[in-house]
Design a protein around this ligand. Structure first.
Ligand SMILES: Cc1ncc(COP(=O)(O)O)c(C=O)c1O
Length: 432
């Protein structure tokens, strides 16, 4: 049956939309942190549909909130009419954003959220020059691809923006790799000054950056880099956009937003993925003065619709009532510590990194920093065979990514950890 579905998938869907696993799976039901495939095999899910099933599967509070909205008969009205759920969610997000005098614009995807952020930033600054970070991913529209610093995910060279690139602060590879955290910050700031002086004509609109690079394999700069960058940006009036599509809502454990690790407040913040727990919900929040910089009508038919914002309100209420940020810190530490002590010392592991419930393991050829995507894939398949779904990423496809629902329990973390360690050790032995 799955083979038949795979053949039908391949016959009608485009090949540039990848499927995971040598034998792709169809997930047909889910509960908590577990999903079941069409063969009846159940998996512990450490990827959550790319960090999107943030609360988990079949959560009564979210299902009931959506069912209540469905029962009104109103699935869609358009933003031409007042939407109570949308206003309520905007109030909550504005308050939580940390951005003073904040306004919120809802979209359907992270791509559109970043597109909206870039729209208002370039209008506000009357400039189409933007700074972006190497190894980033921001989405699949022309502007979002234009600020994406990852060849594999750059599907077009057409770009409405003029972009100059900054170093990511990666510890494993790149020009700054061998430096200490403080030295990397100093070097990245010097690089920013040099890029502004040599690759722009002044009047840059904004810098867009992910606090932890999602698709980029959970590479993150040293804490404090964004504040050091922002000092320079402020000298020129350049706006700072934090792409919190993967890092928001307490996933990093230590903070509610990834940007808070840097002691800086962004002018604009984009969110998506987890806030809808699977319903299409995303948006941008920013200072009123910046977010109102749209000189024409800009409108999203489905953005912030009654169903997705009903889900969003239920997700945010659940997240706060259950203090899932604290859970991410506690349970994430079990995973991170367990991985570091069990496999961190292996020759093929360059780094175990990340924060909270956003953790990656980077695989290299022993004794080098040469990426080993083949080994990564073996580990990835071995996890699946052991009953654990994970993700992959990194510029060279050599990073195993874990982004489980924030409701993950300690027992589930230990269960997944055992599968991970087993998969990494056995795959590394085959390679040796
Ligand atoms: C950091 C980041 N920004 C933007 C996007 C694009 O979001 P979407 O796929 O919802 O358009 C993604 C998607 O993975 C992402 O990880």
């Amino acid at each position: 049956m799955t083979n038949d579905l795979l053949a039908r998938h391949r016959a009608v869907l485009p090949p540039w939309m990848p499927l995971y696993y040598a034998e792709p799976i169809e997930l047909v039901s889910g509960s908590g942190r577990r999903v079941t495939d069409a063969q009846g095999r159940t998996y512990l899910d450490f990827f959550g549909g790319v960090l999107t099933n943030m609360i988990g599967y079949d959560i009564p509070e979210i299902r009931e909130a959506v069912e209540r909205q469905l029962a009104t008969g109103i699935v869609h009205t358009s933003t031409l009419y007042l939407i109570r759920q949308q206003v309520e969610l905007a109030e909550k997000i504005a308050e939580r954003s940390g951005i003073p005098d904040a306004r919120v614009f809802f979209t359907n995807s992270g791509t559109e959220a970043n597109e909206a952020a870039l729209l208002v930033a370039t209008n506000h600054r009357r400039s189409h020059q933007v700074l972006a970070v190497r190894n980033s991913y921001h989405g699949r529209s022309y502007a979002a691809m234009g600020v994406t610093g990852n060849r594999t995910w750059s599907a077009s060279g057409l770009n409405p923006l003029q972009v100059a690139w900054l170093h990511s602060g990666d510890r494993v590879r790149g020009l700054l790799a061998r430096l200490s955290a403080d030295e990397r910050i100093d070097a990245a700031v010097e690089d920013l000054r040099e890029v502004l002086a040599t690759q722009t004509s002044g009047d840059v609109a904004a810098l867009i950056a992910e606090p932890i690079q999602g698709v980029g394999g959970f590479v993150h700069p040293p804490d404090g880099l964004f504040a050091a960058w922002k000092k320079v940006l402020d000298e020129h009036g350049i706006l700072f956009i934090a792409d919190e599509v993967q890092t928001g809502w307490g996933r990093t454990g230590e903070h509610f937003w990834g940007y808070q690790a840097h002691g800086v407040t962004p002018d604009l913040l984009t969110f998506a993925k987890g806030i809808g727990n699977g319903f299409a919900l995303a948006g941008v929040v920013g200072r009123a003065e910046v977010l109102q910089a749209v000189p024409g009508i800009s409108f999203s038919t489905f953005g912030g619709n009654p169903i997705s914002t009903a889900a969003g309100n239920a997700v945010l209420d659940y997240l706060i009532a259950h203090d899932l940020q604290a859970n991410a810190a506690r349970v994430g530490a079990i995973l991170a510590d367990g991985l570091r002590s069990a496999v961190g010392g292996l020759d093929c592991v360059a780094e175990v990194r990340g924060k909270g419930l956003m953790l990656g393991v980077e695989f290299v050829r022993p004794g080098t920093t040469d990426p080993d995507p083949a080994l990564t894939n073996r580990v990835f398949e071995a996890c699946r065979a052991g009953g654990l779904l994970t993700g992959k990423g990194g510029l060279y496809g050599n990073v195993l990514r874990m982004g489980p629902p924030l409701t993950l329990t300690e027992e589930e973390a230990r269960e997944g950890l055992a599968i991970l360690v087993d998969a990494i050790r056995s795959s590394a032995e085959v390679a040796a």
